[in-house]
Design a protein around this ligand. Structure first.
Ligand code: C2O
Ligand code: CU
Ligand code: CU
Length: 553
């Protein structure tokens, strides 16, 4: 029998820093102490850095292609979760708009090369790819994606469970299409997700740029995402047309092969080079190998021109602070799902799990043969919080300037104008809510309570902006994510937020040395129903640092 996380909660997992499992096995530091469980694992084998090139089909995933429309039957998805729960939202037969694009994606195992110095590893990928195929949503054109679970019932690797729910993180979609953690489907089943692909409230400022999709099954999101179930979901609209040749009002940002998603993750391997994960590390699992798009420390050949990089932290628990090796600043153009109002120049940026920052990098002043590294300088050796900023840090990705190319792309001074910001919304606020994120019994609570699908912790009314305060006690960091709507950060410990937190966000890092308390302004405009907000340190999420909110008319 495999012990689930909910079983462990029932057993009361922290017994003086060690836990006695059924059968008498003693689990050292079963979440009770401050140390990360990953530290008991030996170091991963050596791998030569920067020997694998990111190329289409190897680290640069293909664009998901629509298929012919298929009949949309009621979802058979209603399997029993590892914790015994079943789906909350089941959707009936659907009538979808005539212009809907259809997609069919199979979740399946695949032998993957993380690095040529390691053996092939069987991972789980959307259509057998890590990261999964990149979706592109066009504003005004809905998409229906049928995900089929072809994951094996008996998996020899033992990381993850073949029970899945797909969440489009940052996406604006109805509750039954949001990948609610109980709405799972099992091996042999499928579930259809309908994405309307229109901005919340019909507002241009709510058009999205970079969202992503990943597994969200109750209790097992951590291992399932770690095993490979994540990919990019990009969005295009009249401003961000994904074609740099389009005239204004199109922004003309670098596009096509010059627009690249980079997902950063950390993983751990055993002495034989096989992926390991510690199901009993509830602090936040860390690895000692750094991957970009599924490959350990790859390199990318670039042309002497501007690029758009959509950088996503797809790690379970690690926080990064990213720099360029030559001290050059980044021109940031987006945070999380939304373009910024204006580009911002920053020397570095912190990226917590699930956060995205988009940057434009201009290689035009480099010479052919020059090299540049994307570097993480933030040290972290347990799930509690990152440590010091170190120098020189760990290079994650090497850029090699290797050719010339024309550059018709632009970075306009105004990207996405905000017309309904704090100035307009604050006078309408009538409701404030406070949420305290804390440790309890070696697991994780919000306002003192573990996630319970039947408890609703907030009931915001549609069209009524609210202020929510997120606070962290005990020195731990928590990247807090709210589904359905993007928010404004009003203040960080009472101060104006740092420059990269003044745009829209769907995830905000609280606690540790960063802050004690963050106030956000959030407005839900559409969709009635039950959604979650949670810590995106996925071990904390799986160990119940999650709560429901239910939008009201
Ligand atoms: Cu990225 Cu609720 O998740
Ligand atoms: Cu989300
Ligand atoms: Cu947390």
């Amino acid at each position: 029998m495999r012990l689930t996380r909910r079983d462990m909660l029932k057993l009361g997992i922290a017994v003086g820093g060690a836990t006695v499992l059924p059968g008498g096995r003693l689990l050292a530091d079963g979440g009770g102490g401050g140390g990360g469980g990953s530290q008991e694992l030996g170091p991963s084998p050596r791998t030569r850095p920067f020997v694998v090139e990111l190329l289409p089909g190897r680290g640069l995933p293909p664009i998901a292609q629509p298929v012919a429309p298929f009949p949309t039957l009621p979802d058979p998805a209603n399997c029993v979760n590892v914790d015994g729960t079943t789906a909350l939202h089941v959707s009936g037969p659907r009538v979808v708009p005539a212009n809907t694009e259809f997609f069919l994606i199979h979740e399946r195992p695949v032998a993957h090369s993380f690095h040529p110095d390691l053996p092939l590893n069987v991972v789980w990928g959307y259509d057998g790819m890590v990261p999964g195929p990149t979706f592109i949503a066009t504003s005004g054109i809905p998409q229906l994606v049928r995900f089929v679970n072809d994951l094996p019932l008996n998996d020899p690797v033992g990381i993850g469970e073949p029970i899945t729910a797909i969440h489009r993180h940052g996406g604006f979609q109805g509750p039954e299409n949001d990948g609610y953690p109980l709405d799972t489907f099992c091996t042999g089943q499928s579930r259809d997700y309908f994405y309307p692909n229109r901005p919340e409230g019909g507002l241009l400022q709510n058009e999205h740029a970079t969202t992503w999709y990943h597994d969200h099954a109750i209790d097992i999101t951590g291992p399932n995402v770690y095993r490979g179930l994540a990919g990019f979901y990009l969005n295009k609209n009249i401003l961000d047309t994904l074609n740099e040749l389009d005239p204004p009002p199109a922004l003309g940002l670098p596009s096509g092969e010059f627009d690249i998603g980079l997902v950063i993750q950390d993983k751990q391997f055993d002495p034989n080079g096989f992926l390991v994960f510690d199901n009993f590390d509830h602090n936040g699992f860390l690895g000692d190998k750094f991957l970009v798009n599924g490959i350990i420390q790859p390199f990318l050949r670039v042309a002497r021109r501007k690029y758009r990089f959509r950088i996503l932290n797809g790690s379970n628990a690690r926080v990064y602070q990213l720099f360029l090796s030559n001290g050059q600043p980044f021109v940031a153009i987006a945070t999380d799902s939304n373009l910024l109002e204006h580009p911002v120049t920053v020397q570095s940026f912190v990226l917590a799990p699930a956060e995205r920052v988009e940057v434009v990098l201009d290689f035009s002043r480099f010479s052919l043969g020059d090299e540049l590294f994307l570097v993480n300088r933030l040290e972290q050796d347990d799930g509690r919080k990152p440590g010091d900023l170190v120098s020189p840090g760990t290079p994650l990705l090497k850029f090699v300037v290797s050719r010339d190319a024309a550059d018709p792309s632009r970075v306009p001074a105004t990207l996405l104008p905000v017309t309904q910001g704090p100035e307009q919304l604050l006078p309408q606020v009538e409701v404030e809510r406070e949420f305290e994120f804390e440790r309890s019994d070696g697991a994780w609570v919000i306002n003192g309570e573990f996630f319970d699908e039947n408890r609703v912790s907030a009931t915001p009314r549609l069209g009524r902006p609210e202020i929510w305060t997120f606070a962290s006690g005990g020195g731990w960091v928590h990247p807090i994510h709210v589904h359905l709507s993007d928010f404004f950060i009003l203040s960080v410990d009472g101060q104006t937020p740092p420059v990269l937190q003044r745009g829209r966000k769907d995830t905000v890092l609280i606690g540790g040395d960063f802050n004690r308390e963050v106030k956000i302004l959030i407005l839900f405009d559409e969709f009635l129903g039950r959604y979650v907000f949670h810590c995106h340190n996925i071990e904390h999420e799986d160990m119940r640092m999650m709560a429901n909110f239910e939008t009201q008319p």
